[in-house]
Design a protein around this ligand. Structure first.
Ligand code: PSU
Ligand code: MN
Length: 299
């Protein structure tokens, strides 16, 4: 039921390093044409690290690891492309539709296909002022034993609550050279995390330990966004505050909320949050590639 494009299936079978990527960031998270820039940058970063990228999606009803260039063009043009969580994969497949994967859906497809490392921008989490709206990403992280690289949870969220939920769900949160949770657009949040790693090999050894014990959860590697484009916390907080008021007024809820808030923050920061978003996606893809390569060396 899961299609794996030829090169990707071969690489997985031969134990070569592969990094899974989500597609919601391309079809919903980033505006055209920046979504195409991000797709190219992530692809290149994974390859330069020595691994093979695998975009996850449901393409014309087919759950897949890897997209053809015609399919990718459809996702970048985003006409009629749905945002899909893990629960939406099967309905989207049966409908014969195009579905762009959130972190939760991407983890499900990557795991089903035998991929062990996944890169994203920021995970979903607990929404501010709406604690009943918690991303399916969190439960997926609790249940799927992949290494995930990200810049923390998106700044639009309630970060202390998200960190508490990750603890409840037994997800290992590991700082890439930092003992503080990054805030996606910001390098710091003031929220302490317990474990720090100094490089890909340390992450690979943690993953091997986790897997040898059959522990079910992800290892969430949180990486501060590149300093050159990161934003200040006060600016992001002000922008998010205004965006939340706008969302409330416009009655935006559920799956539409994350893309709406990200778009509002782009507008409020004069596009500088976009530069930060692109830079961190590329960095997270590169680190995921390094981790996938390090896992290969341990095997
Ligand atoms: N990071 C971004 N842009 C995005 C997302 C993350 O820079 O669009 C997406 C991811 O796919 C994540 C999803 O899984 O937002 C979370 O959405 P929700 O809160 O509805 O679960
Ligand atoms: Mn939600």
């Amino acid at each position: 039921m899961l299609r794996r494009l030829h090169g990707i299936a071969a690489a997985i079978e031969h134990g070569q390093p592969v990094v899974a990527l989500e597609t919601s960031v391309l079809a919903q998270g980033l505006p055209i044409p920046h979504n195409a820039t991000a797709a190219e940058a992530m692809d290149r970063a994974v390859r330069e690290a020595g691994a093979l990228p695998a975009l996850t999606a449901v393409a014309g009803g087919v759950p897949t690891l890897g997209l053809t260039s015609a399919e990718l063009a459809r996702f970048l043009a985003r006409d009629g492309v749905r945002k899909i969580g893990a629960r939406d994969i099967a309905p989207c497949a049966v409908a014969g539709a195009d579905g762009a994967t959130t972190v939760a859906a991407a983890l499900a497809l990557a795991h089903a296909g035998g991929v062990r490392v996944f890169a994203t921008g920021g995970i979903g989490g607990v929404h501010r002022g709406a604690p009943y709206d918690e991303s399916g990403d969190l439960l997926a992280l609790a249940r799927t034993p992949l290494v995930v690289t990200c810049a923390g949870a998106k700044s639009i969220l309630d970060l202390p609550a998200t960190l508490e939920r990750l603890e409840t769900l037994n997800v290992a949160v590991v700082g890439w050279g930092t003992d503080e949770l990054p805030g996606f657009f910001t390098r710091t949040t003031g929220l302490r995390i317990a474990h720090v790693v100094d490089g890909a090999e340390a992450v690979a050894r943690m993953a091997r330990t986790q897997w040898s014990l059959g522990l079910p959860g992800a290892i969430l590697v949180v990486i501060p966004p590149p300093a050159a484009t990161a934003l200040a916390q006060a600016e992001v907080d002000a922008a998010v505050g205004r965006a939340l008021v706008e969302a409330e007024r416009a009655g935006v809820r559920g799956a539409a909320l994350t893309p709406f808030l990200l778009g509002a923050v782009v507008a409020a920061t004069g596009g500088r949050s976009l530069a930060a978003n692109l830079a961190l996606l590329e960095q997270n893809a590169r680190v995921a590639g390094e981790i996938a390569v390090a896992l290969g060396h341990l095997a």
